[in-house]
Ligand binder design. Structure first.
Ligand code: BGC
Length: 731
């Protein structure tokens, strides 16, 4: 139906195009419709705008359904169609709500953002974006609302699972790959949420503030890279306020930095319902106001949106210059041209084997082996009886979490993945151990059942962690990894601490697999747990990928993109900063000391450090050579797989400024490379650090400073496992 509508739309536009000024470019079937620079059709766009009435222009700058904004039929301008989200094309919502469950709104459920970032593999970022772009295209979407790249400031943020990291450099590299992947499919990406939407509590009103150093060094770089390196076509303003103005219409963020300093030529979309004031939205850079028409609100009148009829009156009364509206329409039309809405976009495809394989590969590279005492893993397949325990082993996650929900054609759960890998000869017992409801106390009957299963088995695979909530239903209503609410604490829900402790006691050969968007407090059982695996939300092929890791079909190579503190109090937003602030404001007192920058500098030992992730083989780093030419440093070193299995290692390159006028973190990630090596193989790795890698933002001088002195280049396979270092000096 949707696809049919899309063809009808395209047909109408082609027909109408003949009597308008729109030039249809000749594109052959074979030629992929690559993205043009955003401004390359500005002459045609200006001419088109000169033919539009004020009312037509205004109709284009606000929603006309949940995920569309109006075109101008008379001039052959189509509607713009958007869809969530960051890890799969969302089921139809709003107009087309009636299509639910008829099978036409299914798509590949990719592992979530944090899983992707844990691969530390930008090439997979590109492949991931490619799947999303191609499927969005096939489903008739012009803009896909992702990636979400807000900094993981606190482990409690309900949307961490959608985001990527605590580190701006890692985010930048992964997001650039993702955006290029989407946009090379002829569809626009939408980087979100600009900026400082780092908590869901009071997200629609909270006023966030932070020092200029934190703003420039930590919170802006991912968005800057999206604009300058990936040429992202659209950006979504956040719900919250920033320094006293709503982020979606914030003159500093949008006019001064995004469109000013960074020269962004694309379109700023509001978050859904994030516009609060017509004049501010008009003047402070919002180009398109979006919001939701829930089907239970049949009388919603989009002309009453802030960027609706009021705008017409304001322009007519001379209160607002029409040129401001023209600029917004121009930016929308640029995205339409660049995504080939006026000519022939390349074909998309959906739910192909190749797409599902990409989902599996991202999961296999993103799952992180946290602990492996006495090499319990990989598990042997030559056993009689395995107990799989824990509610997440048998749970599907795709439809949960809020706007990022996806409806895949199937989802392989951990239990299904293990069963299919072990085959019928191994007896597998499954007991959930906990219920996904809000219990008052641990369920002793369920724990006893789990203990009995554990005792009777050769070993146990426990699969628990977070999920998208209790009262779990198809729509994922709940309170854990979930939009619009934060987690109540870092403590495992559903009394899992008691359950895990009892299971390990019953059978010490227990592998604990945790799902979820981030760390949990493991203090009650970590010393007794021999093996721990972080599986995040690994997507529709996740169970297969997990089984491949557990049984050594695939050597784990994921690395933590976020620090796992031992307890919430060890997380800088909670130790130094404010969270969640008061009812109106939150100030990020911890400043630049986010994640490992805090642990290193304040000497707080994490449970598992940023960049940590084990392998079934071993790697050594040697022979570091550094050369400095002007302000550029190049280096080489040798990485060797010294163990007994092929595998991948992530070489992480950190910079330490040995002395500086302003306090700096002990080390900061400035380069990394994921390297696949056969057993015994070694490879020379080279890297380049441009001048920016050594600079800090001086908020007393309002600029980036490269201070003379010694800089240590630190290389290792985790932020707490540096095995090579060398020093270079800037005079
Ligand atoms: C979310 C966005 C999402 C939008 C549309 C909002 O609630 O914050 O990330 O893209 O809804 O579903």
């Amino acid at each position: 139906m949707i696809i049919y509508k899309r063809f009808l739309k395209a047909f109408l536009f082609l027909l109408l195009g003949a009597c308008t000024t729109i030039d249809s470019q000749e594109v052959t079937d074979q030629e992929p419709a690559k993205i043009d620079p955003l401004t390359s059709h500005d002459d045609q766009i200006n001419e088109l705008i000169s033919k539009m009435t004020l009312e037509e222009k205004v109709s284009m700058i606000h929603a006309n359904s949940s995920f569309t904004s109006a075109g101008v039929e008379r001039l052959g301008i189509p509607e713009l169609t958007m869809s969530d989200g960051p890890h799969g094309v969302r089921p139809e919502h709003g107009r087309g709500w009636d299509l639910l469950n008829d099978g036409t709104d299914s798509s590949t459920y990719l592992p979530t953002g944090v899983t992707l970032a844990a691969t530390w593999n930008p090439e997979l970022g590109y492949a991931f974006g490619g799947v999303l772009g191609s499927e969005a295209n096939k489903r008739g979407k012009d803009v896909i609302l992702g990636p979400g790249i807000n900094i993981m400031r606190t482990p409690l943020n309900g949307r961490n699972f959608e985001y990527q990291s605590e580190d701006p450099y890692l985010i930048s590299k992964m997001a650039v790959g993702y955006i290029k992947g989407v946009q090379d499919q002829g569809v626009a990406a939408c980087v979100k949420h600009f900026i400082a939407n780092n908590q869901e509590i009071r997200r629609s009103s909270i006023n966030v503030d932070m020092g200029e150093r934190a703003f420039r060094e930590i919170y802006l770089p991912g968005f800057k890279a999206a604009v300058e390196e990936a040429q992202v076509m659209t950006l979504m303003g956040a719900y919250n306020q920033f320094r006293g103005e709503f982020a979606t219409h914030n003159t500093l963020l949008i006019n001064d930095i995004l469109k000013g300093e960074w020269g962004f030529e694309g379109m700023v979309i509001s978050d859904w319902g994030a516009v609060h004031d017509t004049k501010q939205a008009l003047q402070n850079g919002t180009d398109l106001e979006m919001g939701t028409d829930l089907s239970q609100m049949p009388n919603i009148d989009y002309s009453k949106f802030f960027l609706g009829d009021t705008v017409v009156q304001m322009v007519k009364s001379g209160d607002i210059a029409e040129a401001l509206i023209d600029d917004k329409v121009k930016r929308i039309l640029r995205v339409m041209y660049a995504t080939h809405m006026f000519d022939k976009r390349q074909e998309g495809s959906i739910n192909t084997d190749a797409h599902h394989k990409t989902a599996q590969k991202v999961a296999e590279e993103g799952i992180v082996l946290l602990k492996n005492y006495d090499q319990l893993l990989p598990l042997s397949k030559e056993v009689k009886k395995v107990a799989v325990i824990g509610g997440n082993a048998d749970a599907k996650q795709s439809l949960g979490g809020g706007s990022s929900q996806v409806r895949p054609p199937y989802e392989i759960t951990p239990l299904a993945g293990i069963k299919s890998l072990l085959g019928a000869d191994v007896e597998i017992s499954y007991v959930p151990g906990f219920e996904v409801i809000k219990p008052e106390s641990a369920n002793s009957e369920m724990i006893a059942e789990a203990v009995a299963a554990a005792k009777a088995a050769d070993y146990v695979v426990y699969v628990g962690g977070w999920n998208h909530g209790y009262n779990y239903n198809e729509w994922g209503q709940g309170f854990y990894d979930m939009e619009s609410v934060d987690k109540p604490s870092m403590k495992l829900p559903f009394f899992q601490d008691e359950l895990i402790s009892a299971v390990i006691e019953a059978n010490p050969k227990t592998v604990v697999v945790l799902m979820g968007g981030g760390p949990v407090d493991m203090s009650q059982w970590i010393d007794n747990a021999p093996a721990i695996v972080q599986a995040w939300y690994p997507g529709m092929e996740g169970g297969k990928a997990l089984a491949n890791i557990l049984y050594g079909e695939v050597n784990p190579s994921g690395k933590l993109p976020v620090t796992f503190p031992k307890q919430l109090e060890d997380s800088p937003a909670h130790a130094l900063g404010e969270y969640p602030g008061d009812t109106a404001n939150v100030f990020y007192n911890e400043g630049i000391f986010v994640g490992y920058r805090y642990n290193d500098t304040y000497k707080v030992e994490p449970q598992f450090a940023f960049g940590h992730g084990l392998s079934y083989t071993t790697f050594t780093f040697s022979d570091l050579k550094l050369t400095k030419e002007g302000e550029k440093v190049t280096g080489t070193f040798t990485l060797q797989n010294t163990g007994g299995m092929d595998g991948a290692e992530v070489a992480q390159i950190y910079v330490h400024d040995t002395e500086s006028s302003l306090k700096r973190p002990v080390k900061e990630l400035k380069a990394f490379e994921k390297v696949f090596l056969k057993k015994g193989e070694s490879k020379e790795i080279s890297f380049t650090l441009e001048a920016d890698a050594f600079k800090y933002y001086d908020d007393t001088k309002n600029g980036w400073i490269l201070e003379p002195g010694d800089f240590e280049i630190m290389i290792g396979n985790a932020s707490d496992n540096i095995t090579l270092s060398g020093t270079i000096t800037f005079e």
